[in-house]
Design a protein around this ligand. Structure first.
Ligand SMILES: Nc1ncnc2c1ncn2[C@@H]1O[C@H](COP(=O)(O)OP(=O)(O)OP(=O)(O)O)[C@@H](O)[C@H]1O
Ligand SMILES: Nc1ccn([C@@H]2O[C@H](COP(=O)(O)O)[C@@H](O)[C@H]2O)c(=O)n1
Ligand SMILES: [Mg+2]
Length: 239
């Protein structure tokens, strides 16, 4: 392992490198990109690098994902957006999805996962951001079972409730769930069902918690550091 990093000895300290290499996300990255280079003969370049992006309603997931996608070349799949598209198409699930979203509840996993699976298969990047999924332990367990992988990384945007409410009420995109009655329900669902998912992945060392207050650019600077360190490691491993 250390021979791969020998050429870096002038630019990075051994201690820093050791701490990076102990990070579980970096370990996965090393395994993924090492095999890209053909070291173990596994064609893992077809295996996507999956990042779940979580946070309460209005915490800024979509806003930050767009920036990550444009700067780091990720495909951005928003579970909520996929459901809204399905709801507006002549789909057999359209009415059900509309009712669930209006109530701020969680759409059955089988529906959401089939939309995510289709989107992953047609993504043009093998680095995927899944925004707003999994929303519950049921979502998480179903994804791991049906898709057969765990995320490589989880980004969690931590934002105070009053800030999230203010942002949603100012969003003005005509969403059927951007009203105070539904927002209250979404906040409760987030605490009751989504936080256990964050705790699950935290216990596995996969979560990068980002303070989601401040300007969009200030928050992105925190996010950028996470992805820049991954890109740096990837660049090192490509030599
Ligand atoms: N740092 C910020 N400061 C002020 N407004 C912001 C910030 N980040 C995002 N916004 C705005 O807040 C609103 C919600 O942001 P966004 O849609 O990205 O959140 P989200 O987490 O995807 O929400 P949802 O879960 O409801 O889809 C948008 O109108 C967005 O422009
Ligand atoms: N995994 C998911 C994601 C979303 N939903 C439903 O869509 C609504 C909007 O989601 P956003 O991420 O765009 O806020 C959400 O409140 C849920 O009703 C879902 O069921 N499952
Ligand atoms: Mg969103």
């Amino acid at each position: 392992m250390w021979r791969r990093f020998a050429h870096l000895s002038l630019s990075i300290s051994r201690t820093k490198l050791q701490s990076l290499v102990r990070d579980p996300t970096v370990l996965k990255l090393i395994n993924t990109f090492s095999s890209d280079a053909g070291n173990d003969g596994v064609a893992s370049s077809r295996k996507p690098f999956i990042t779940f992006v979580l946070g309460g309603p209005g915490s800024g997931k979509g806003t930050q994902c767009e920036k990550i996608a444009s700067i780091f070349g990720f495909a951005h799949l928003s579970a909520g957006e996929l459901l809204r598209e399905e709801m507006s198409s002549p789909s057999e699930n359209g009415e059900l999805i509309r009712n669930v979203i209006k109530e701020g509840k969680i759409v059955p996993s089988a529906i959401t996962i089939s939309l995510i699976k289709r989107a992953i298969n047609s993504a043009t990047s093998d680095k995927i951001l899944i925004d707003g999924f999994p929303r519950s332990e049921e979502n998480r367990i179903a994804f791991e079972k049906i898709i057969g992988v765990e995320p490589d990384l989880v980004i969690f945007f931590e934002c105070p409730e009053e800030e999230m409410v203010k942002r949603i009420l100012g969003r003005n995109q005509g969403r059927i769930d951007d009203n105070m009655e539904t927002i209250r329900k979404r906040l409760k669902v987030f605490e009751d069902l989504n936080m256990p998912v964050v705790e699950h992945y935290s216990s596995k060392g996969k979560v990068h918690k980002i303070t989601a207050t401040g300007t969009v650019d200030e928050i992105f600077e925190r996010v950028r550091q996470v992805f820049a360190s991954l890109r740096y490691l990837k660049a090192c491993l490509s030599f």
